[in-house]
Ligand binder design. Structure first.
Ligand SMILES: [Zn+2]
Ligand SMILES: [Zn+2]
Length: 434
């Protein structure tokens, strides 16, 4: 028997962490993320004696943010790849710097993590212990993202991590054709209840709207996540041969440069380099005043308008009827981005360390819209993914649905039960034997 402990990311998106233990007690941790709000932000604590390996699916902090905690006392091998480690470093250091939350670790623990890291190529079977192996498989979610295949005591478990099986411009989509037969699947459910619009059509609508604003003399703000989505937006502009000015600011600038240093993880590094060459990096805050009225496109985090360099532009864009704000990621309820879409009002209560008492409330006079360029599979694609996997005959075909809100995880599990899988949406702290 192999036991699987779900330490977080259960019926929620946040603090993803799964502990797999062999019958001889060897343990491997898959992801160790944080939750973005609330008192309890780290995974459910458990006995991690005999932890022999930690493996990371990708750099987003709901998967990576808590990792330094595991390096307070231990020196466990950390399996990742070069781009995920580099991005994790930027994101975790940023998280520690801007957060008011007293994380029980700092830069020193992150350095220990770095010293213990090993880069694993996709498709290479890595031994953790006797009868315990891990293999990375491209997950198509962001550059460097992987699913993890575990072979433990002759059981094969696939942990999907965050996956995208659909075509994007920045990276290759998830590869699930070559996955060997499995006994157990742990799958993300983020958008199990949603249906993404057809990609080509969405790209065309996006570019048409942008061209309209530019032709009429306005400026377009694209508040995008710094990791992947900003660069995806840039590549769409490149694909449709947008000739106007492009500015890249904030974290998007830093991450774009980092991608250039890791060309193996980018689908078409040549067109990415071309696109970046045409864009201007905003390095001096002073220049932002001119960029606001530049009649160009500004790509700048944060994706849900909760902060970041986008806020530096938003005040003047919002009151200009010729300009526009085009959101390119899902807007969580309660975020300023969602409020703008629902109410037409931008409201920000800034409570970050370095900006006390900075409040804004502006009624939008500009155009605003949302384009669903998701980096997660939707319900149809999750079902396709599962149907294309080969489950071992006579196995229970266990499928655990995690990484989604209560409704998404439990609905996906019951849809799978209807298809005769043995499926459940585990709760935090639960342990299953497979
Ligand atoms: Zn992710
Ligand atoms: Zn995630």
């Amino acid at each position: 028997m192999v036991s699987i402990s779900f330490l977080g990311g259960c019926r929620e998106v946040g603090r993803s962490a799964v502990l797999v233990e062999s019958k001889s007690g060897i343990k491997c941790m898959l992801d160790y993320g944080i939750r973005f709000r609330g008192e309890e932000r780290l995974p459910y604590s458990t006995n991690i004696e005999n932890l022999k390996a930690i493996a990371l699916t990708h750099s987003h902090i709901d998967h990576s943010g808590g990792l330094p905690l595991l390096y307070k006392t231990k020196k466990v091998p950390f399996f990742t790849n070069s781009i995920s480690l580099a991005m994790t470093e930027i994101l975790i250091k940023d998280m520690i710097k801007i957060s008011n939350y007293p994380y029980p670790f700092g830069y020193r623990e992150f350095d220990y993590l770095k010293q213990n890291s090993y880069f694993l190529k996709n498709g290479t079977r890595q031994k953790i212990a006797d009868n315990f192996f891990i293999t990375f498989i491209n997950a198509g979610h962001i550059p460097g993202s992987v699913s993890i295949l575990l072979e433990v005591d002759h059981k094969t478990i696939l942990y999907s991590g965050d996956i995208n099986t659909q075509i994007s411009n920045l990276i290759h989509s998830a590869n699930y054709m070559d996955i060997p037969e499995i006994d157990t699947l742990i799958i993300e459910s983020t958008y199990a209840l949603r249906k993404h619009p057809p990609r080509e059509q969405l790209e065309k609508e996006f570019i048409e709207k942008i061209m309209n604003v530019i032709d009429n003399g306005g400026t377009v703000l694209i508040p995008a996540f710094g990791v992947a989505r900003s660069q995806e937006a840039l590549l769409i502009l490149e694909k449709y041969d947008y000739k106007g000015k492009i500015f890249i600011d904030g974290l998007a600038r830093k991450i774009s440069k980092l991608y250039l240093d890791h060309p193996d993880f980018i689908k078409n590094i040549k067109s990415f380099r071309n696109a970046l060459n045409k864009a201007q990096f905003v390095t001096r805050p002073k220049t932002r005043a001119n960029i606001k009225k530049s009649n160009g496109v500004i790509i700048s985090p944060s994706g849900m308008l909760k902060g970041g360099a986008a806020i530096e532009y938003i005040q003047s864009i919002l009151v200009d009827p010729l300009s526009a704000i085009y959101l390119v990621g899902y807007q969580v309820e309660g975020t300023p981005g969602r409020n703008l879409l629902d109410e037409g009002i931008f409201e920000l209560k800034e409570s970050r360390k370095n900006k006390p008492n900075f409040d804004l409330r502006i009624v939008a006079q500009c155009d605003y819209d949302y384009f669903d360029f998701s980096s997660h599979s939707d319900g149809i694609h999750i079902h396709d993914y599962i149907e294309n996997l080969n489950f071992k005959r006579n196995a229970n075909s266990d499928i655990f649905c995690i990484h989604g809100d209560n409704k998404s995880t439990t609905s996906l599990a019951s849809e799978l039960v209807n298809k005769n899988y043995n499926s459940v949406a585990p709760e935090t702290g639960e342990i299953y034997q497979v």
